[in-house]
Design a protein around this ligand. Sequence first.
Ligand code: NAP
Length: 252
Amino acid sequence: MSLNPFDLSGRVALVTGANVGLGQAIALGLAEAGSDIIAVSRRPATETGTAVEKLGRHFLSIEADLTSTAPIQTIVDQSINVMGKIDILINNAGIIRRAAALDFTEQDWDDVMNVNIKSAFFLAQAVGRHMVPRGTGKIINIASMLSFQGGIRVPSYTASKSGIAGITRLLANEWASKGINVNAIAPGYMATDNTEALRNDPARNRDILARIPAGRWGDSADLAGAAVFLSSDAARYVHGVVLPVDGGWQAR
Ligand code: NAP
């Protein structure tokens, strides 16, 4: 028995989008806490794999395109075949498309909704079918400030991130009694590829920084603590929350 409730030794975490950005930082945080890692992304997660193995954990990279649900069952089957089980799912892979609502295309709607919410739900379903019979598991969806607010020029992103907050609560309602904790993390404004356009726009960059009480953009590693907590026994009675990690943005 571990006396440290945050210890993830012996656990296996499947993290989508773990090759770069927030997903990579979450994967490394979980590996530091003891977990083995399965990384799912379109490009190989080579850098993440090197860092995870350096920490002494097992690592598996699965290349798959989550624009469609087609690869989901293969991802879950391969994960279980190679690693034996999935204890933790981090639904992190996500994209964003920016255009005014008057000009927004159906393609930009579908592409974002397919990755950010449709595949996230069906991956949770496929992993849930493995977790529920075992009576244990942690699912963490990566939400956004746009799970709470409207945003500007990102209609499908706002729809997907508002939706993922709802799906988090729905799955928590259905699966809390089955030993599964479903929660979400809502990152604030984090310095990654996803927000490069905002940081390169001087007016938007100034306005965003002025509203963050912490006075800086978030660093990817700022998410690791929340991810480890929600993945661990320390969060065993936490269900259906959308936890902001935002430098105080929501407090303004
Ligand atoms: P990022 O640097 O652009 O990374 C996106 C990740 O998603 C990559 O690993 C990418 O893998 C993966 N991905 C995208 N489309 C995919 C697809 N079709 N199939 C498989 N994997 C796919 O973004 P990030 O900033 O780290 O964002 C990660 C998550 O946090 C997203 O859900 C995002 O909405 C959310 N978020 C970010 C911020 C922020 O400020 N950065 C704030 C709130 C929420 P490939 O490289 O292989 O395409």
